[in-house]
Design a protein around this ligand. Structure first.
Ligand code: NAD
Length: 355
């Protein structure tokens, strides 16, 4: 049914999407009226930062390669100090969600503008969501000041992303689109992006996994990442994200893999209560079957862990997770009950076909 009452706030990022677009990073600085940039990355993506530095020439102020997961506030302060000492007026962030998280923290704390060059499918570059760890506690929030001024999507940079990370990261993105379709604050615009985002990924991930050098498939997947990230940036997430947040936080599980495993089960839980989302996902997945089953079937072909047990979760850990998920209410299409969560998590623990 058409949703005839909604709000939609377009987010202002400029996007450059092209194989080889990383070479245009200097032009992006010009376009934004910026002079010299500090390049941010994780230690593992140092080579990518050096590639950017090569393209920037003397407009590179240097490389800060200490980005880490969960963004310790000390790291953001260090990077900001380095930017100031080196006379940078901006940051170019290259890498996955961890690097982009550092760029956002610097934008939040110190107001430095950022250009993001994402190399995974996490989608953080499209959201105003920031995270920062202070005194061992992770804080998160939303603030438009952390949005990159410009995002450069260059599919050629994703060719080195290993197939397991590509698949898990892609399904993490698909989860954003799935929950955007039934979000309390969804809109017809977001539904378009979400449906196309799911189509782009589910159509391309098997090819990406079969041949990481397939630039056509890589381009389609990265386009999907953009759309799915935009969905996350504009809507409120439900049960699936709550479950992954609690599982990740309390059991220290890997982010993207946890999302990939939980998604078919969370969708099975919700799909009969969200008929419009179900129909959109059936179109995107080209199936008449339940979308949760089509997604589960697709995941079986991909090289990712398929059960929480494979991540080391044990049955006796589930009751605490359930308790925490139930402890504060949030919107969800299907009522969230203890029995329902027990069923969902037990299936996810074993990796069986969702029912
Ligand atoms: P990540 O940045 O840690 O990257 C995942 C892995 O991919 C790392 O091992 C990294 O070294 C590797 N990698 C990255 N680019 C590569 C490349 N081109 N070639 C080879 N290897 C490469 O994690 P992620 O999965 O991109 O993002 C997850 C993190 O981002 C989480 O901490 C999550 O909370 C955060 N996140 C935030 C938002 C947001 O809106 N704020 C959205 C999504 C994810």
């Amino acid at each position: 049914a058409f949703r005839s009452s909604f709000q939609y706030q377009a987010l202002p990022m400029r996007v450059l999407f092209e194989v080889g677009a990383v070479a245009k990073v200097g032009e992006e600085l010009d376009h934004l009226g910026l002079d010299r940039a500090l390049i941010l990355c994780t230690p593992e993506q140092r080579n990518l930062a050096e590639l950017v530095a090569g393209h920037l020439g003397d407009r590179s102020a240097g490389i800060f390669d200490q980005a880490r997961m969960h963004v310790p506030v000390e790291t953001a302060d260090q990077a900001r100090d380095q930017a100031r000492d080196l006379g940078a007026d901006s940051c170019v962030v290259i890498g996955g969600g961890s690097s982009i998280g550092l760029g956002k923290a610097i934008a939040l704390e110190h107001g430095l503008p950022i250009i993001a060059i994402p190399t995974t499918y996490a989608g953080s570059e499209m959201t105003p969501i920031w995270g920062l760890t202070r005194d061992g506690r992770k804080q998160t929030g939303r603030d438009p000041v952390v949005l990159p001024q410009s995002v450069i999507y260059d599919p050629s940079l994703t060719r080195t992303l290993p197939s397991e990370i590509s698949a898990a990261s892609g399904l993490n993105a698909v989860a954003h689109a799935v929950e955007a379709l039934y979000a309390p604050d969804t809109s017809p615009i977001i539904s378009l992006m979400a449906e196309e985002g799911v189509r782009a990924f589910t159509g391309s991930l098997p090819e990406v996994v079969a041949d990481g050098d397939n630039l056509g498939a890589r381009s389609r997947a990265l386009f999907g990442a953009w759309l799915c990230g935009a969905c996350l940036g504009s809507t409120t997430m439900s049960l699936h994200h709550k479950l992954c947040h609690v599982l990740g936080g309390s059991l220290d599980l890997p982010h993207a893999q946890t999302h990939a495993i939980v998604l078919p089960y969370a969708l099975a839980y919700n799909e009969t209560h969200a008929p419009d989302a179900r129909a959109a996902l059936q179109r995107a997945l080209a199936t008449d079957d339940d979308p949760s089953l089509a997604l589960w079937d697709l995941e079986q072909q991909l090289s990712i862990p398929h059960s929480l047990a494979e991540l080391g979760v044990r049955a006796e850990q589930l009751p605490t997770v359930i308790e925490e998920v139930l402890s504060n209410p949030y919107s969800n299409p299907a009522p969230v009950t203890e029995a329902g969560l027990e069923h969902l998590l037990t299936q996810a623990l074993q990796g069986e076909r969702p029912t």
